[in-house]
Ligand binder design. Structure first.
Ligand code: PLP
Length: 449
């Protein structure tokens, strides 16, 4: 006889006793016991409401609980839940065409995966097969997923635990991070120039003829919203063209309206050869990723087998969810709303910066923003350093606990507070969220010297 978990404690125990939690020590966890969600709010089993200021993992771009997606998914399941990827479906074709329409004209065909890391894995494989080269160049302050290849290409310290087994042939270089530029730079443009020059020098030392691809997040996410200064992408494209290297944009987090344009790299007027997508493609309603490839790469497999395959590639139900979500971005004018609400957010955060000396920097494009907290605006000493130890996280943990107590869920990492709400947010909801953040970072202000 099965007894179903009906009360919140049973649910909590089942989760803690029988499931593992990402990136965490498994003891001492105090997860939100989520029951339902709607719009920008998630509710726990005590009825407490949390405003979702990071759209969960920067993916629930259309907001929670949109029944238009539910209907599209149910309709697809009633008709056809699954066929193997050698068969075709309407949802798959619709989605391929729609992605080709919203990306640059050179990107013509999509290979579908189940999420972001898999999109990166398949992009790396394609780049290597296409170029016949093996090295992949990427940035230290970046994250591209948790599978071996994606993690090795990323520079995030979460990979330290498995460093000894990393994928070989990955080369990392420093970010063009103007607030903390590793080269003396008076302007963002200078920082961009010096970072790109350094990358080209390193590619020279590494043998340009061995480099298959440069991988960049379309716009930096979990490393702290490190914006690309003007000119950076243009120089990187030049380096690629000069040395026959492919340019891969990882738009997993920065895509689908997050920055106010379809893709983060759209802000830089640059042609990329491969684009990886996930997250916002279905706004988290179902798992899906995609690798969009340049026509010349797609054509190179006209007469030889494509060396990629997944049982759930182009899953019809995920594709149907994605088509419904793409419709919602358009019918609800979510890109326009992101631009408008992003400006409002910038104005309101500028006010907060007057009130809170702990805010060192605010970096935002559309609704892809991070507050960077510091102990001193002159020295820029971070409230918690990159790869902070638990002890070094003490102040930020207090801030995060306050945020939660006051009824907000958002992503807090090192000295960064992410402000990346659903793109459907309105001004009243922004005010509500920023009031919570303002109260919480008063804790950090006390540590400013
Ligand atoms: N690429 C970027 C830029 C990401 O931010 C992430 C996840 O946060 C990934 C890839 C990995 O995506 P997934 O978790 O769906 O594998």
């Amino acid at each position: 006889e099965t007894t179903f978990a009906t009360d919140k404690d049973q649910i909590l125990h089942d989760n803690l006793d029988h499931t593992l939690f990402s990136w965490s020590k498994q003891t001492g966890l105090n997860p939100i016991n989520a029951e339902r969600a709607e719009g920008v709010y998630v509710y726990d089993r005590d009825g407490k409401r949390y405003i979702d200021f990071s759209a969960q993992l920067m993916n629930v771009n259309i907001g929670h609980g949109d029944q238009r997606v539910t209907e599209a998914v149910a309709a697809q399941m009633r008709e056809l839940s699954y066929v193997y990827p050698g068969m075709i479906t309407k949802a798959r074709g619709d989605l391929g065409r729609r992605l080709a329409e919203i990306t640059a004209p050179n990107l013509t065909k999509a290979f579908f995966t189940l999420g972001g890391a898999e999109a990166i894995e398949n992009a790396i494989k394609l780049a290597r097969v296409y170029t016949g080269r093996h090295k992949i160049v990427s940035l230290y302050q970046s994250f591209h997923g948790a599978s071996y290849g994606a993690m090795s290409v990323g520079g995030d310290p979460r990979k330290f635990a498995v460093d000894s087994q990393a994928m070989p042939s990955t080369i990392h270089v420093e970010n063009p991070f103007f607030y903390r530029c590793p080269w003396h730079s008076e302007t963002p443009e200078q920082c961009a120039q010096r970072a790109a020059d350094a990358m080209e020098r390193i590619i020279g030392y590494e043998n340009p003829g061995s480099v298959a691809a440069i991988v960049l997040e379309g716009e930096s996410g979990t490393s702290g919203c490190i914006k690309y200064p003007p000119g950076y992408w243009t120089r990187i494209r030049e380096i690629c063209d000069k040395h026959g290297i492919l340019l891969i944009a990882d738009e997993v987090m920065s895509g689908f309206g997050r920055t106010g344009k379809w893709f983060g790299s759209d802000h830089h007027n640059v042609k990329v050869d491969i684009m990886c997508m996930a997250k916002g493609i279905t706004a988290g309603y179902l798992p899906l990723g995609a690798v969009m490839v340049d026509e010349k790469i797609a054509k190179s497999f006209d007469d030889k087998p494509l060396p990629l395959g997944l049982t759930y590639s182009a899953h019809p139900v995920s594709c149907a969810a994605a088509v419904a979500v793409l419709d919602i971005y358009e019918t609800d004018n979510l890109l326009e709303n992101t631009v408008e609400m992003g400006k409002y957010m910038d104005e309101q955060v500028a006010q907060l910066m007057h009130l809170h000396p702990s805010i060192g920097d605010w970096r935002n494009t559309g609704l892809f923003g991070c507050l960077e907290l510091v102990k001193n605006r002159e020295t820029k000493e971070p409230m918690a350093p990159w790869n902070a130890t638990p002890a070094q996280m003490d102040i930020m943990n207090q801030v995060a606990a306050k945020i939660r107590e006051l009824g907000m869920y958002t992503f807090v990492r090192w000295n960064y507070i992410f402000i990346c709400p659903p793109l459907s947010i309105n001004k009243e909801e922004i005010d509500e969220g920023l009031a919570i953040i303002s109260e919480a970072i008063s804790i950090a202000d006390k540590y400013v010297y």
